[in-house]
Design a protein around this ligand. Structure first.
Ligand SMILES: NC(=O)c1ccc[n+]([C@@H]2O[C@H](COP(=O)([O-])OP(=O)(O)OC[C@H]3O[C@@H](n4cnc5c(N)ncnc54)[C@H](OP(=O)(O)O)[C@@H]3O)[C@@H](O)[C@H]2O)c1
Length: 307
């Protein structure tokens, strides 16, 4: 594909919420020529003061840069913002949180308009952006050629990790990591509820909890090895029969403490089901198989999309 504008690392960024603004500051700090657009123009003013060009319309922003980055609320807002723009000859990098299916559809949508497409999943919070070694990174997928061409520009904001040419892969990884994070936060909320009104220093407990979660996180790659091999019983040190007993104690403790079991119960029920299938000598890997084969009576829990 030929590009009709300068080869300078010119960036056009649409979406100046907390995350988009953090990316904008990183590029400005690194001296990249930057054009920005935001639905609410006032959010562009501090960036204009630092040298960003403020486009009056989304079309103007898209026209200004070969690399067009969107960082909007959701996939529907990307439609609304880019709907009337001319994307031919541009490389669209969408950092907006999307589902894998939305990213694949967006890649096809961009291809039909003559643009190469890269989807990004931001694994960071805004203060990590533009800060070397912050641990923040962005997962990318889609056009390898477009990624390679812009990797230096993208890396200014955060480490850029390419996950594959299937455009949905970055978002799939992103969603999987966030889902696991949700489980951690749900567990932490339950733990705080248990100790909240007891003679426990919440500050000390918070430190203890963080240390425990970090220690237990080291066991997560072991599950990957079991799933790869299909052998869920070798090297098991916390067998399922024992875990189910312990989980019943967790539920009883919640009841004793007057704390709802609604966060704990779903996982506990899955462990019970796997044990009932005769897998007491495994640890938790078998739950993954249960989740891949949902029960027939299960209906969607995804709320309908608001337009
Ligand atoms: N913040 C985080 O910690 C974080 C971390 C990882 C990933 N992300 C992802 O990054 C993306 C942006 O997040 P954020 O934190 O920057 O969100 P935010 O602060 O709420 O900003 C949302 C942005 O989307 C724009 N927008 C929303 N609906 C729009 C519409 N219909 N038309 C045009 N513009 C619209 C807003 O414009 P206005 O200013 O006009 O409202 C604003 O620029 C999201 O997909 C989010 O999931 C965020």
């Amino acid at each position: 594909m030929t590009h009709d504008i300068s080869d300078e690392p010119q960036v056009s960024l649409l979406g100046l919420g907390d995350m988009g603004t953090a990316f904008a500051h990183a590029w400005l700090t690194a001296g990249y020529p930057l054009t920005v657009w935001n639905r609410t123009p006032a959010r562009a003013e501090p960036l204009a003061a630092r040298g960003a060009v403020v486009a009056a319309t989304a079309s103007e922003a898209v026209a200004a840069g070969r690399l067009v980055v969107t960082c909007l609320l959701d996939d529907a807002s990307v439609d609304q913002v880019l709907g009337d723009t001319v994307l031919a000859g541009r490389d669209l990098c969408d950092l907006t949180t999307s589902t894998p299916g939305q990213a694949r559809a967006r890649a096809e949508w961009a291809r039909e308009r003559g643009a190469r497409f890269v989807s990004g999943g931001v694994m960071a919070v805004p203060p990590m952006i533009g800060v070397p070694d912050s641990g923040g990174h962005v997962l990318y997928s889609g056009s390898r050629e477009a990624f390679d061409e812009h990797v230096d520009t993208l890396s200014v904001a955060a480490e850029a990790v390419f996950t594959g040419e299937d455009p949905g892969l970055a978002d799939l990884n992103d969603m999987a990591l966030l889902s696991a994070m949700n489980g951690m936060f749900a567990g932490a909320a339950h733990a705080y509820a248990l100790v909240r009104h007891e003679d426990v220093s919440l500050e000390d407990f918070g430190e203890r909890l963080a240390g425990w979660l970090v220690a237990m996180a080291s066991t997560v790659p072991g599950t990957a090895r079991q799933l790869e091999s299909g052998d869920y019983t070798t090297g098991v040190v916390s067998n399922l029969s024992m875990q189910v007993r312990a989980n019943r104690a967790l539920l009883r403790t919640a009841e004793e403490q007057g704390v709802s079991t609604e966060l704990l119960a779903p996982y506990t029920h899955l462990l019970e089901r796997r044990l009932a299938q005769g897998h007491g000598d495994e640890d938790g890997a078998g739950v993954v198989d249960l989740l891949r084969a949902p029960r027939r009576d299960q209906t969607s829990t995804v709320p309908p999309q608001r337009q």
